[in-house]
Design a binder for this molecule. Structure first.
Ligand code: PA5
Length: 354
């Protein structure tokens, strides 16, 4: 049954896994996540030439955050791997973060084994599962994160320990202050986006109403909001069980934008979201302005500007808005945002064919 977005009780009744509560607690999760990596034994080998984060879905997005946010601060490249196998160049000079909330995702387990065979330095981030067991048996350090929420609600737990550990390793600095700024900003934002704030004052609820019965197409920017665009798409898929698509400037100016000619019945269903950050390349800012006026056949466009005291807070400000909007979009269709039965079904079917 469709839910009125101002009916707070109904929103929570529909949410069997407490996704709204987990979103509300994200600032506290981020705080706690910082301390999770503080006692971890530091790896002895440190002559890494690259960092690779391997994981899938909600467990991979922290890797993208690290790649985009910390990429140019670390002095070595960060790559994200969403596969069973690893790129050929992963070797003993690679630091691998194997991330799986459940610890039972077969692609990640396979990649973990491959990283062991290549002699890479590994750190596992998980609630336990097979990854936790394998890592413990292999003497691989494990960041144990709390159970009980959906993997995609655990971005703080799955991302921030990587940053904290890299700071402890002396690979970059000032992260503690950056995380503190993030936490303070998320505390402000949750009062705007949270379930208790009515539609008239709540940009996340307003966005969900615009997206209702529409196809969200989210456009971010390479190097800044690209990770957010991908995250929003995943959240609309997993929380609202709805299709959504994403792309990035400037690449989309060379293909996707041409596809706004026809058919009108489909274009009429598309709602574009343009994600903007102060660090976007000036020429890309101009491209966005010009492009906005070229896609008039879409049903509508929402432009969203990041906010916050630092780069990390700005990226998360957008992620947070998308997280909330996707849950409200689910509610508008009477859908429980938590369970992802399609993913569970796939995992169970695959498990029958070991
Ligand atoms: O959000 C989800 O539930 C999924 O995207 C999972 O994160 C994905 O299936 C991988 O599972 P896990 O995070 O447990 O490794």
């Amino acid at each position: 049954m469709r839910v009125d977005l101002d009916d707070v009780q109904a929103l929570h009744d529909l949410d069997s896994m407490g996704m709204l509560g987990a979103a509300w607690n994200l600032p506290e999760q981020c705080e706690q996540a910082w301390s999770l990596a503080q006692d971890l034994p530091l790896p002895q080998v440190r002559d890494w030439r690259q960092i690779l984060v391997t994981g899938l879905g909600g467990s991979a997005i922290g890797g993208d955050l690290l790649r985009v946010f910390a990429g140019d601060k670390l002095g070595i490249p960060v790559l994200v791997n969403r596969d069973y196998t690893l790129p050929w160049f992963v070797d003993r000079n690679t630091l691998v973060f194997a991330v799986s909330y459940s610890g039972n995702t077969e692609e990640t387990l396979n990649a973990y084994d491959a990283a062991r065979e290549r002699g890479a330095t590994i750190v596992a981030i998980t609630t336990g599962g097979q990854l936790g067991r394998r890592a413990a048996a292999d003497g691989v350090p494990v960041v144990r994160v709390p159970r009980g929420i959906a993997p995609r609600s655990a971005t703080g737990y799955l991302f921030i320990p990587m940053v904290a550990l890299l700071e402890r390793l002396g690979m970059f600095f000032g992260m503690r202050a950056e995380v503190e700024g993030l936490v303070a900003h998320l505390r402000e934002l949750r009062r705007r986006y949270g379930s208790e704030t009515p539609v008239r004052n709540n940009p996340a609820k307003q966005l969900a109403l615009n997206l209702q019965n529409r196809l969200p197409v989210i456009w971010g920017v390479a190097g800044t909001t690209e990770v957010v665009a991908q995250r929003w798409k995943g959240q609309f898929n997993e929380n609202a069980k709805a299709p959504a698509y994403w792309n990035v400037f400037p690449e989309l100016n060379h293909n996707e934008v041409v596809g706004f000619g026809q058919p009108e019945e489909i274009l009429d269903r598309i709602w574009l979201v343009l994600l903007q950050d102060e660090a976007d390349h000036p020429r890309v800012k101009l491209r966005m302005k010009i492009t906005r006026d070229m896609v008039k056949k879409a049903a509508g466009i929402t432009e969203v500007q990041s906010s916050g005291p630092n780069g990390l807070a700005r990226v998360y400000s957008l992620i947070y808005l998308g997280d909330y909007a996707s849950m409200y979009l689910a509610a508008l269709a009477g859908i429980d945002p938590g369970p992802v039965r399609v993913i569970d079904y796939l995992k169970n079917e695959l498990a029958k064919h070991k």
